[in-house]
Design a protein around this ligand. Structure first.
Ligand code: ATP
Length: 254
């Protein structure tokens, strides 16, 4: 069964068709990439998925539940985690604290037990800490764990953001341009972590990026958009050969 279904979604803003009848599904442990030129509708799809935009029509389900009736924090609590084009972290806090904050919705105790550090609060805190330490290991963030995020190189900050999303123990991860602005080495590191997230942790990923080599390398399937419309959906090799894609997007570079 598909984890997520996006069915014939239409979203427009004052006559601009941002998403114009797009349909796809995300399967267990797959990496689906969404590509397309600027303004093609990629971010709008992410905003529909995370409950920020409400489309005029269509059907979106996650884990069999209707997503369009949900608010952003409810969708996050269902297990959909997202990273953003720009780093969105608490820059004065350490790597460790930023990751601990990623777990806050897992905490199910009141302020008083938390303050007194007893019972359930203590166990939850210790479990959270163990989980966060695993993520620090997994993303090779150990050298920076006590450093404020603002002092870290850009590529490492993006990795911390990825770590915060993983700390939510997501069932689906949305990555918005994870390698934008990175140098070659940072890009290769990030590609390796994204692959490990799918292959070792088994978390399905939807990725938007302009880096064509990365997308074609990592993705199991690629959805190509142009002016909000769906141009193609299929395996990378298939999509690269598709004349409609070459015409609309790759401009003969395939
Ligand atoms: N909140 C909004 N208000 C008005 N128009 C919007 C809004 N959000 C998106 N749009 C319009 O919808 C279209 C799709 O935009 P979107 O940001 O989804 O594209 P994109 O593929 O993510 O582009 P980019 O690669 O530049 O990030 C564009 O024409 C954009 O101007």
């Amino acid at each position: 069964m598909a984890l997520l279904t996006f069915g014939d979604v239409h979203l427009s803003f004052a006559g601009v068709k941002a998403v114009d009848g797009v349909s796809f599904e995300v399967r267990q442990a797959e990496l689906l990439a969404i590509i397309g030129p600027n303004g093609a509708g990629k971010t709008s799809i992410f905003n529909v998925l995370s409950g920020v935009y409400r489309p005029q029509s269509g059907r979106v389900t996650f884990l069999g539940e209707d997503l369009l009736a949900r608010r952003p924090h409810e969708i996050a609590a269902m297990g959909m985690a997202r990273t953003f084009q720009n780093v969105e972290l608490f820059h004065n806090l350490t790597v460790l604290d930023n990751l601990m904050l990623g777990r806050h919705h897992h905490f199910r105790y009141g302020a008083l037990p938390a303050l007194l550090w007893y019972g359930r609060a203590r166990r939850a805190e210790l479990a959270a800490r163990a989980k966060v330490e695993d993520i620090i290991d997994f993303l090779e963030l150990e050298p920076w764990r006590r450093h404020p995020v603002r002092l870290l190189p850009y590529g490492v900050q993006k990795r911390v953001e990825l770590g915060r999303a993983l700390a939510m123990e997501p069932k689906l991860l949305l990555l918005d341009e994870p390698v934008a602005g990175m140098n070659l080495e940072e890009t290769e590191d990030m590609a390796r972590f994204v692959m490990d997230i799918r292959d070792e942790l088994g978390i399905p990923v939807v990725l938007v990026d302009h880096d064509m080599a990365l997308v074609m390398d990592l993705a199991d399937r690629v959805l190509v958009l142009d002016f909000g419309r769906q141009v193609a959906l299929g395996a990378p090799a298939e999509v690269q050969r598709d004349p409609a894609v070459i015409e609309a997007y790759l401009g003969g570079t395939a």
